[in-house]
Design a protein around this ligand. Sequence first.
Ligand SMILES: [Mg+2]
Length: 181
Amino acid sequence: MELVPTEITKCKYLFLDRDGVINVRIIGGYVTCKEEFAFIDGVLDAMSILAKHFDYIFLITNQQGIGKGLMTEDALAEIHKYMIDEIESHGGKMTKIYYCPYLASEHHPDRKPDIGMGLKAKHDFPEIDFKESVMVGDGITDIVFGKRLEMNTVYIGSDEDDSGADYCCSNLKEFADLFNH
Ligand SMILES: [Mg+2]
């Protein structure tokens, strides 16, 4: 495996994409209710390891299924309540969730790869230093989002990594194991 950049192991603030990182991504569709939300294997263990290392853990997620009328904000809140309950009952934590409900065609500044949700986190938690932050995602948009904020970036994927990220892991558990010692 490639050498882990020390900048990543020294980070204090973690920003996570959701679909494809925390839960199984529904290809060509959306998780519209908690029954459709399936944790990826090892994620709950990973979140417990990461909770010990990182001061804050944020979720940064595009959810244009809301803009498309495929689910309501209440349904998303219910999914996220279920997700947080499971994470916390396994020893993990989720400091705050930021989601963007707008359609890609609306070009809203909150929608990744634009940085609005990162700026909101910085507004809510001014102590965040993006240089001490790492963005973990399975999409190029996640890596671009992180780089625009001058964060460290980790790409999750088994495909060949052409994302330009600083580091690559096949899943969140593999990432968490970098901190498990
Ligand atoms: Mg994703």
